[in-house]
Design a protein around this ligand. Structure first.
Ligand SMILES: *Cc1c(COP(=O)(O)O)cnc(C)c1O
Length: 466
């Protein structure tokens, strides 16, 4: 399978290259040249016994990766990636109301859904680099959860350094400590005096700096990396099969920030999965909500909320959807995004918006409703949910088409990761699982730097081990 850039000007690449390159050299993001078609029967549903997560993962990932990964090796990589998960189903599905389910994506080592993609991508990096006898520096920006999941997946690996930029004082304490308490010579944490978007811009600028990119052999692990989106496609299939055999229309509600998670759901649909609605939940940073309501995207300032992993103004993976909306016209994507950079606004046509709204809807959920939702779910079901998950549940409740169509809400973080919000909503003090019990007593390792590209590049040149 070949991969193409959403801006149409970078060379097409194979999986191994897309994995390591992350961002395309024209500034675009990679997508498969053609979405492979899969049916639930291909995944073994018709045989009566329900396939396991690993069975489905291997079958879904094979057409995307077969150029770079041998069949038996893929099974091994999937097996290794998910052996660190604390639940035997990997992503258990729980009923939380009438025809309403919660898909718990947070049973990995860092307690958020990003482990699902990153545990696998970490394995794939090692596999591909060993084949090539290469070393890389992974650079990523995080609004909280990506960083710890990426560090956990990459720590102590011989063939790479990992540098993670987070916005100083804008992540939760648990999130920061999960990143900064890892003591490993190949792990480098930088706190940037700025927002998540500043961090993301610094990362993009480093990738567009050809000299620096080549010198460091830079690689991305942000959700702009195709391999992450790809790994997330799997659980939409898994959930649909375990909810309704994958043979009925269902709706998904997804708390969204950088748009990687819900775009993976759209990927599963473009491969053939019946999904009648995608519900995008946003917090007060509602740039996506405005887009799905009006067809216009306008960047404004970020405000901190109870769901910091969604405090994002420019959702990078949105570009992948735009490419599909524009029927894969990379030139038009490029012009639209250049205009967005210049004028701070982009707009699709009225016809495109109407077409989009057949499949997509959205809701903006503020902190008050988030807290109310946490408290409501607790009194109705006895389950605690984290504030991100609560945004998705509230959006699903507000925007589902009807209670006769199953709704699956994605649970993106364990409640113990956001103890303050959960306590405010329910009065309950959550505990971290035993492997993180002493997190607050561990030493932290990180540097604070201004939002300045040259200083960040210098710091990285001095810090990485070769
Ligand atoms: C990253 C994250 C999100 C947002 O996911 P995107 O793929 O960026 O849209 C939501 N909830 C949690 C807990 C996260 O860590």
């Amino acid at each position: 399978m070949q991969y193409v850039s959403t801006r149409g000007e970078a060379p097409t690449l194979k999986f191994g290259e897309v994995l390591l390159e992350g961002l395309a050299i024209d500034g675009g993001l990679y997508l498969p040249e053609k979405w492979p078609r899969v049916t639930v029967d291909d995944l073994g549903v018709s045989t009566g016994s329900k396939p396991t997560y690993k069975d489905i993962a291997v079958k879904i990932l094979k057409p995307f990766t077969s150029d770079a990964v041998h069949d038996q090796d893929l099974e091994l990589l999937v097996d290794r990636a998910y052996s660190s998960f604390a639940h035997s189903d990997i992503v258990p599905l729980k009923e939380i109301g009438t025809n309403t389910w919660l898909l718990e994506l947070f049973h990995g080592p860092t307690l958020a859904f990003k482990d699902i993609a990153l545990q696998l991508v970490g394995q794939m990096f090692d596999y591909e680099l060993a084949k090539r006898h290469e070393r890389i520096t992974i650079v990523g920006a995080t609004s909280g959860d990506t960083g710890s999941a990426a560090i956990e997946a990459c720590k102590d690996r011989a063939a790479l350094n990992i540098v993670i930029l987070h916005p100083h004082n804008r992540t939760s304490e648990v999130q920061r400590r999960q990143m900064t308490t890892i003591e490993s010579p190949n792990v480098h944490n930088i706190a940037i005096e700025g927002t998540f978007d500043d961090c993301q811009d610094l990362v993009k600028a480093m990738f567009l700096d050809e000299g620096f990119r080549a010198e460091q052999n830079l690689s991305a692990i942000n959700s702009i990396n195709w391999a992450r989106v790809m790994a997330q496609i799997v659980y939409y299939w898994w959930a649909a099969i375990h909810c309704k055999n994958g043979k009925e229309n269902i709706e998904f509600s997804v708390p969204s920030g950088n748009f990687g998670n819900i775009f993976a759901g759209y990927g599963s649909h473009l491969m053939g999965l019946d999904i009648s609605k995608f519900i995008v939940g946003t917090n007060q940073n509602a740039v996506l909500n405005r887009f799905f309501q009006t067809g216009s995207m306008v960047a404004t300032d970020v405000v901190p909320t109870l769901s910091p992993s969604m405090d994002i103004q420019i959702p990078s993976n949105f570009e992948r959807l735009l490419f599909e909306i524009y029927q894969r016209n990379g030139q038009r994507v490029k012009e639209t995004l250049e205009e967005f950079r210049r004028a701070g606004e982009l707009r699709i046509t009225q016809r495109e918006l109407e077409e989009l709204q057949q499949k997509w809807t959205s809701a903006r959920i503020d902190d008050d409703v988030t807290l109310q939702t946490i408290s409501e779910i607790y009194s109705l079901t006895g389950e605690l949910v984290d504030p991100h998950t609560a945004v998705g549940i509230a959006a699903g409740k507000a925007k589902r088409s009807s209670k006769s169509i199953p709704l699956i809400c994605l649970g993106t973080a364990q409640p113990g990761k956001f103890p303050e919000a959960v306590k405010r909503a329910t009065g309950i003090k959550t505990k971290l699982p035993s492997h993180l019990e002493d997190l607050y007593d561990r030493s932290e390792y990180f540097s604070v730097l201004p939002n300045d590209l040259e200083m960040v590049k210098n710091h990285i040149q001095n810090a990485v081990i070769d």
